[in-house]
Design a protein around this ligand. Structure first.
Ligand SMILES: N[C@@H](CCC(=O)N[C@@H](CS)C(=O)NCC(=O)O)C(=O)O
Length: 225
């Protein structure tokens, strides 16, 4: 398996957590999406993912499944595929209601928060309204989404977002909290989420997926734009 990733991509980080949690080996292919480098805009990358985003998972399919190489973009599709191909250890609970609860949190973050603060959106907002407007927009989008998640986790969490075991909801939450800090979002009202983050971050599998542990992360002390 190959993962096209960028050390600080929150969407790729979700997939790295799922891969580490399930103990799956993969080859890390760094795609430098930072402004000015723009490797996702290179002609070759358009063949890998027409959306020109990371993550992309490349997986060799068995002949029985149609053979050849499957290239899959979209972190939700990727982690759901991993869950189906490698169900144990599970990142979705057994109970259908709990599964729906996990997916609700995943959707809040994947559809309702991250796209509003992604590079291409903030770059366009910066162009239209300047740095201040872009940051304020992203900060507001992240804050309101995380407040909704906080309310849900207060109801249903028992150490993790849904129940007492990690799930996809936690794999989506941690990267979003990291981005919240990058945008200067006030986190003091999100105590339940911060406790989940602390617990999950202490696990070796979640820790291994952290941006600073990726091969393309700049070493400490160098520029981290
Ligand atoms: N919905 C997609 C979002 C992917 C995405 O936004 N990726 C960002 C990095 S986190 C990216 O590649 N941005 C490059 C760009 O906007 O040009 C997913 O869940 O995989």
């Amino acid at each position: 398996m190959k993962l096209y990733s960028y050390w600080r991509s929150s969407s790729a980080w979700r997939v790295r957590i799922a891969l580490a949690y399930k103990g799956l080996d993969y080859q890390y292919v760094a795609v430098d999406i930072q402004p000015g480098h723009d490797a996702q805009k290179a002609p070759d990358f358009g063949v890998i993912n027409a959306m020109r985003q990371v993550p992309v998972l490349e997986i060799e399919m068995e002949p029985a499944r149609g053979s050849g190489l499957l290239r899959l973009g979209q972190s939700v599709a990727i982690v759901e595929l991993l869950e189906e191909l490698y169900p144990s250890p599970a990142l979705l609970p057994q109970d259908p209601l709990d599964r729906a609860r996990v997916r609700e949190i995943v959707e809040i973050i994947a559809s309702g928060v991250q796209p509003l603060q992604n590079l291409s959106i903030t770059a366009e907002l910066r162009r239209l309204g300047g740095d201040g407007a872009a940051t304020a927009f992203a900060r507001q989008a992240i804050a309101s989404g995380l407040e909704a998640v906080e309310a849900r986790v207060r109801e249903r969490g028992q150490g993790y977002c849904v129940g007492a075991e990690p799930s996809l909801a936690d794999a989506f939450l941690l990267p979003q909290l990291y981005n919240a800090r990058r945008y200067g979002v006030e986190l003091s009202g999100l105590g339940t989420l911060l406790a989940v983050e602390e617990r999950a971050s202490a696990r070796p599998d979640f820790a291994a997926a952290h941006p600073d542990r990726q091969p393309d992360a700049p070493s400490a002390g160098t520029e981290r734009s």
